[in-house]
Design a protein around this ligand. Sequence first.
Ligand code: NAP
Length: 344
Amino acid sequence: MVSLPDVVASNARIPTTLPRNLVVVFAGATTGIGEATLKAFVKYAVAPRIYFLARSPESANRVAEECKLTNPQANFTIIKVDLSTVMQTDRACDEIKAKEKHVNLVVTSAGEVRLDLSPEGLHIALAAAFYTRIRIAQNLLPLLVAASKSSTLARVVNVAGGTKEGQIFTDDLPGLKRPLYRIRGHIISMTTLAMETLSEQAPGVAFVHDYPGTVMTPLVDGVPGWVGICLRLVAFILGGLLARWVCVPIEECGERHVFLGTSAKYPPKQGAAVGVPTLGDVKATNGVDGAKNSGMYSVAWDCEDREKVVEILDGLRKKGTKELVWDHVNGEFERIKAGKGVDE
Ligand SMILES: NC(=O)c1ccc[n+]([C@@H]2O[C@H](COP(=O)([O-])OP(=O)(O)OC[C@H]3O[C@@H](n4cnc5c(N)ncnc54)[C@H](OP(=O)(O)O)[C@@H]3O)[C@@H](O)[C@H]2O)c1
């Protein structure tokens, strides 16, 4: 486990070890883990340029104004986008590409617990939590690669379920046939494998997929029906009665995600964009192929990898599931761009 003092000590070196004017994209930072990460990040970064992707510009503006109280030099561009749609996500990325030649860091954390279909025919819970996150990284990959050649930071952090990988249902890659609770490991493995494919395309860029732990946020506030009642009851028990033992405090979670986004504990496979050099006991972690300097990391709330992940992913790779996942994701993007429904 990386201790919180080690996390904070590394983050405190951001102003002296990373360049000023880092270009950073946050998608899903109006509440919860994204908001805590953004607020922690602006404490340390010198004059960052932040692109803030949000469906509610008012909420994004509130967070940006609060950030500016800590760091008046932080520059914000708010882009209104419903991250459950691929088409809107593409337009948001186009706006960034029109303004920037490089992007140093992408932090994706948008998601909500919903059970219906998106207008584009995707499982709506997976639309923002999986498909458009991969799309953002894919769209911005040339800018991340540019950062990897000119800067000391080029990284993607995806806040979801790293280290909780499970079997993939190849008969139902879109996850439409089984209840949400059964496809958790499925979608987490799809995420890790899709990110691994991106990391192979851009070996100078580091990719981190993490599980944040149990963090009290508004994630389950709006979930309808009995599912919502049950989830809120669990949240009440965990967050109210057992918080001290079970939950990661939101400020700690924010600091840990800044660490994931900047520490040289998670270096790319190649190149010099390694981030803040590690100190003391903090050592480079193993990637999803079991190697150091892997460029693709699946880590838990404590910022460390778990050995079992390598074995699970190895089994999936041997069956050709990584390629299946990549073809599926890109097939969905192509279908949506062509304006076709699921069965067309
Ligand atoms: N909290 C936990 O214990 C926990 C544990 C494991 C994994 N996670 C994962 O971590 C991620 C972040 O969770 P969180 O707890 O921080 O949740 P949260 O507080 O509910 O934050 C979710 C963020 O996503 C945004 N969002 C959701 N749907 C969107 C859409 N269609 N378009 C644009 N923005 C959208 C929300 O914006 P609005 O303000 O507009 O709603 C909000 O900024 C999620 O993927 C969650 O599954 C969380």
